[in-house]
Design a protein around this ligand. Sequence first.
Ligand code: TYD
Ligand code: MG
Length: 450
Amino acid sequence: MKSAVKIAFLCSECGGDFPKWHGQCPACKEWGTLSEFKVTKKTNKFFDGESRKPTSLNEILYDRPEIRIPTKITEVDRVLGGGMLKGSVILLGGSPGIGKSTLALQIVSGCDITSLYVSAEESESQIGMRAKRLKVSSDKLQISAENQIEKIRDYVSLIKPELIIIDSIQTMFTPGIDSLPGSPNQIRECGQQLLQLSKQRELTVIIIGHVTKDGIIAGPKMLEHMVDTVLYLEGDDRYDHRILRSVKNRFGATHEVGIFLMSSKGLQEVKNPSELFLEERTKNVAGTAIYASLEGTRPILVEVQALVSPANFGTPQRNVNGFDFKRLSMLLAVLEKRMNVIMGTKDVFVNLVGGLKINDPAADLSIISTVASSSREKPIDPSTVLIGEVGLAGEVRSVSQIEKRIQEAKTLGFTIVIVPKSNERTLKPRPKGISIEFVSTVKDTFNILF
Ligand code: TYD
Ligand code: MG
């Protein structure tokens, strides 16, 4: 008789499976990521033998309108692109203790639909205590401490929820796989089963996943490929604020962020993040500048700080928080080559205050200016905001959505904004109530600033 168990080797990086072991994954070329994995006949079948016949596109277009479930938390809804899409699978990642369970509980209570909260990590009473603290009560919410995926399937048939929360995927297991909960095999199989369950029943699923120190979902990265939406809850131990970021969204824009403050009553929405990030601002000190970032559709003002000091020995240090290291090196080279500021013998530290991570070339001008400000020991006027990308020739290049950024600067009481000359023609009509300086080079900018 043929054995019902098949052996496969699974890559924890890309999720590919192979009949043989390899030191390097044949698909994604990562080394040492393949591990043995036993597949039983039953779990290997994708839809439990159920066939899905093709449907005409028109039927899909007209008979199945897109239904969104608003969470009633504005920040979350915006990040998701207008609420959770019915039947979608959302992965909520974040390091332990950052507030994932708190946010999930707030989301369920906001939705007010029949839901099942599966918490294998905490007991029912611990969840009860958290709910009390958050002042959440709902007769449509069932809590379960079960961690076996098949049992969860049964509960779903019984309760018929519209939304389930899995807290967390690292604690889920299926007996069909011969390894411990949290292992790549278990995560992949449980993820796969949740995906099926969601598609079969048009069930919205939020899967919570812990991330490792490197910031990836512990276990397989492939979970990210499987789901529809990936959200990360980020934060810094030193601050109370939390940032919810969408890194993948099949049904909305990515790079949208939601900002919260962790308080004694859970996560509170921050309606005006610029105020939060500028709260402890230092004025009239050399080496600080304000930059208007754009996170998704929303502008946020942040303080950029730099400290330039003589390097004592050996290779000078470069240290950057919240901004791309290579980009900083490029800006320092531009400063040295085009502006004759000697950087080769200096230590340079750059910090984006508040733990925000920016991946926006429009930050260049503020960074290069604050480095120059620290190096020259000359403060930048505190009522000035800098926006612009810097090119290798020392030119200032146009940036996207300049009006929004200027508008935010104006709202927060800044009086001068320095922007790229090439953005001038897109700025019609010119925003009023704030003085706009157009610059085409870093040199022009420094002439205004210093
Ligand atoms: P939690 O949601 O349990 O984090 P995760 O699920 O990501 O591991 O929340 C973790 C921290 O948040 C915990 O240290 C306590 C704190 N907290 C508050 O400050 N206020 C609150 O209202 C709640 C519920 C938690
Ligand atoms: Mg938790």
